[in-house]
Design a protein around this ligand. Structure first.
Ligand code: PAF
Length: 302
């Protein structure tokens, strides 16, 4: 495995003829990242993992400085996962000066995580576009935990004509159900227990969606879909959202968690699902627990 910055990458890349897979990361790698690398391995001849904590995607009050950077452990994990080249550029190489020209994420970048973190997705898309240009991959693998990021990268690939196949890998969870995240290391034990309200909310929503589908066959608007309601004409998207909120709200009322958003949206547009919606949807959930910002989501078909 080689490790290097821009010059070493350019030299290495010029020598390669096989299909190249890219896994972009900010380091602090866990087994979720290794799953992305393993998938990239199975989709290509050579795997590049990038490790770069991108300042452009952090707000002024966010954790850019304290973001974990365990580079030696990260390199071991890359080696274990069969990575061929770790692109780990220095900050001054990637941004010799503050970039004037950036990718703008647009409406889908201004909602949910974008509303809570203004400019975040412009920063993400700018660095991802730079990584695509530098590494020139044939395929790239992203985790679906950061679902809004995935939707935006997909849109950028289409809108800016990158000739790159995008693969999304389902959320990888710890045994207790919490979605794996580099930021989970910030959670104290009692906060981690509180954070489990998030996977419980997704499970409750999944159950209501499943029951609703059973009730209608198609799953649009159902009678009695909401947990034990037995009522007529319940709107399934609203019932699904309500089921998730019913898990989160009591924990929030005890002051143990702050709900940032809990919304059912159309997967392609991130717009709220109207009553009777049919098609692919996403339940997006974000909460702050003990000062740590957590996100999770559930894909649903109606
Ligand atoms: O998902 C991440 O870790 C980052 O947003 C990414 C895609 C590596 C860009 O910095």
């Amino acid at each position: 495995m080689e490790v290097g910055g821009i010059q070493a990458l350019r030299r290495w890349r010029a020598e390669q003829t096989g299909r190249v897979g890219l896994v972009p990361t900010m380091g602090a790698l866990h087994s979720g990242h290794q799953a992305l690398m393993t998938r990239a391995r199975s989709e290509s001849d050579l795997v590049v993992a990038s490790i770069f904590v991108n300042p452009l995607q952090f707000g002024a009050d966010e954790d850019f400085v304290q973001y974990p950077r365990p580079i030696e452990e990260d390199l071991k994990k890359c080696e274990e996962a069969g990575v061929d080249f770790v692109f780990a550029p220095a900050l001054a190489e990637m941004y010799p000066s503050a970039p004037e020209v950036r990718v703008v994420a647009g409406r889908m970048g201004a909602v949910f995580e974008g509303a809570a973190r203004p400019g975040h997705f412009d920063g993400v898309l700018t660095v991802v576009a730079k990584l695509f240009t530098l590494i020139d991959p044939d395929v790239t693998v992203f985790g679906l935990k950061d679902i809004q990021q995935y939707v935006l990268v997909k849109r950028m690939i289409a809108d800016l004509n990158f000739d790159i196949e995008l693969i999304g890998l389902p959320v990888v969870r710890d045994a207790d159900g919490l979605a794996m995240s580099s930021r989970n290391t910030y959670l104290a034990a009692d906060d981690r227990a509180r954070a489990l309200a998030i996977p419980r909310a997704l499970n409750a929503a999944a159950e209501v969606a499943e029951r609703g589908r059973g009730a209608t066959g198609s799953g649009a608007s159902v009678a009695g879909a909401a947990a034990g309601s037995g009522g007529a004409g319940v709107d399934l998207p609203a019932a699904v959202e309500a089921a998730a909120l019913a898990e989160l709200e009591p924990v929030a009322e005890r002051g143990e968690l702050e709900i940032v958003y809990c919304s059912l949206v159309e997967a392609a547009t991130l717009r709220p699902c109207p009553p009777g919606f049919t098609g692919s949807a996403l339940l997006l959930v974000s909460a702050t627990v003990g000062g740590t910002h957590l996100i999770d989501n559930l894909p649903l078909e109606f």
